[in-house]
Design a protein around this ligand. Structure first.
Ligand SMILES: Nc1nc2c(ncn2[C@@H]2O[C@H](COP(=O)(O)OP(=O)(O)OP(=O)(O)O)[C@@H](O)[C@H]2O)c(=O)[nH]1
Length: 424
């Protein structure tokens, strides 16, 4: 084909596409991407927008007020869920061969990592690398070196305190260790090491093993709570990925109506996981969003509804009252199953997390805990402190920003990995 013909061909293609973009039928097609449920809630492919409301009344739902979306919202919905042909064309043009290769490379690399994490032990390697490195050095020095150590208990105490086991838990461990050593009448350091491992496992066993169970009754609601910036929204993305992978249909509720970025963030996770997200305007009563989400989840027969909440300081009474209200709404309108309240804590926050667990649990009865950001700290000992002082199960460990950086917490493997006998 001559250069002239080649140019003409593309000019013709460009003209045709431009013409199609201007056709009103196209816009109508985009609108048809939305479905209306029996209850009148409009659901677009990945995003649901609900008309701004301040109070929840059942009549409102019956009157299908939600269906009357205002024009601005409609446009936003289409933009978010269905990028225009023009945008897509621009994006395609920008993708040079090199960047295309880079994208393919990235997706292969991510798939490889995901595969790596399928092995519990290997994922622990990623998540607890810093804690492990610190403990390994200390364990080697305290229990497996030929050097005389006249201050064995002091050395163990220091190791535990510096790994964030906390003063109380460290004192409990040292007390039990002394008792067991006396009972076994031993001075052999390798035997003492085995006794220490057993005591640590007993501490983890204090909290019952309770995994997220998906009931026959739908939807199961998981309410994610915690202080600011601990990783709640990111954890929701990871949890959605994990639960969807095991065959459940998922819906996300943007109950954080305080921070605009949180809604955007949740929508990104919704798109990544191909799951719908329910949200409302910033400043709306979060209970209203949760109520609407329950209706939408019921209409769509969703297995699990994961609800985000705004980060809040555990000592701010009015914010904790807001959480209580959300829970009351869930209990009232989702009679089929009680919500699972999951507290997210950041492993890097140190001993302050114990205060968070205490206050959240006193106010709203936490069902389980997810510990995040273990990849960024050498202080994984906080997990022992939580188990020692509260009998709340730790369900998952988060160790990165990718959606597959979440691993079920396995006590036995956790101890084995952190305190495996040093081979040297
Ligand atoms: N390294 C690491 N970063 C994480 C992890 N989980 C979350 N993050 C990051 O922590 C930051 C805060 O995460 P968010 O999910 O926005 O936290 P949030 O609790 O929803 O924040 P608020 O809504 O402000 O309370 C983000 O930059 C996340 O990417 C993790 O396990 N490891």
């Amino acid at each position: 084909m001559s250069k002239k013909n080649y140019n003409n061909f593309f000019s013709w293609l460009w003209y045709k596409k431009k013409k199609n973009n201007n056709k009103p039928e196209e816009n109508q097609k985009q609108n048809k991407q939305e479905e209306t449920t029996k209850d009148g809630i409009k659901i677009s492919k990945n995003t649901i927008i609900i008309k701004k409301r301040n109070k929840i009344t059942e009549n409102e739902i019956k009157n299908k007020n939600i269906q009357n979306l205002n024009n601005n919202n409609q446009k936003q919905s289409i933009q978010l869920t269905q990028p225009s042909n023009k945008t897509l064309d621009n994006q395609k043009q920008k993708l040079s061969t090199t960047s295309l290769n880079n994208n393919i490379y990235k997706s292969i690399k991510n798939k490889k990592n995901e595969h790596r994490y399928n092995n519990v032990f290997q994922s622990l390697q990623f998540s607890l690398k810093k804690t492990k490195n610190y403990l390994e050095k200390k364990i080697k020095k305290i229990f497996f070196s030929n050097q005389e150590n006249n201050h064995l208990f002091e050395s163990i105490e220091e190791m535990l305190l510096l790994s964030d086991f906390g003063v109380n838990t460290t004192a409990n461990i040292i007390k039990s260790l002394k008792k067991e050593i006396h009972k076994n009448n031993t001075a052999d350091k390798s035997e003492i090491f085995l006794i220490l491992k057993k005591i640590l496992l007993n501490i983890l066993n204090k909290s019952s093993e309770k995994k997220t169970k998906i009931n026959q009754k739908k939807p199961k609601i998981i309410l994610i709570v915690g202080v600011n910036g601990v990783g709640k929204t990111t954890t929701i993305g990871k949890l959605a990925y994990k639960l969807k992978k095991s065959g459940n249909s998922i819906m996300l509720a943007a109950g954080d109506t305080f921070r605009a970025a949180a809604v955007d963030q949740l929508q990104i996770f919704g798109k990544k996981n191909k799951v719908p997200v329910i949200y409302n305007r910033i400043g709306t009563d979060p209970s209203a969003v949760i109520y609407d989400s329950i209706q939408a989840a019921k209409a769509k027969k969703i297995d699990v509804l994961i609800a985000d909440t705004a980060g809040r300081l555990h000592n701010k009474q009015h914010l904790m009252e807001e959480l209580k209200k959300i829970i009351r709404i869930i209990k009232k309108y989702n009679l089929s199953s009680s919500p699972e309240i999951t507290l997210v804590i950041d492993a890097c926050s140190g001993q302050n997390t114990l205060q968070q667990v205490k206050l959240f649990n006193n106010t709203i009865n936490v069902n389980n805990i997810i510990v995040t950001k273990l990849d960024g700290t050498a202080k994984g000992g906080i997990i022992f402190a939580i188990s020692d002082q509260f009998s709340i199960p730790i369900n998952y460990l988060g160790f990165g920003e990718k959606i597959y950086d979440l691993q079920e917490f396995n006590k036995q493997k956790f101890i084995e990995f952190l305190f495996e006998k040093n081979k040297n």
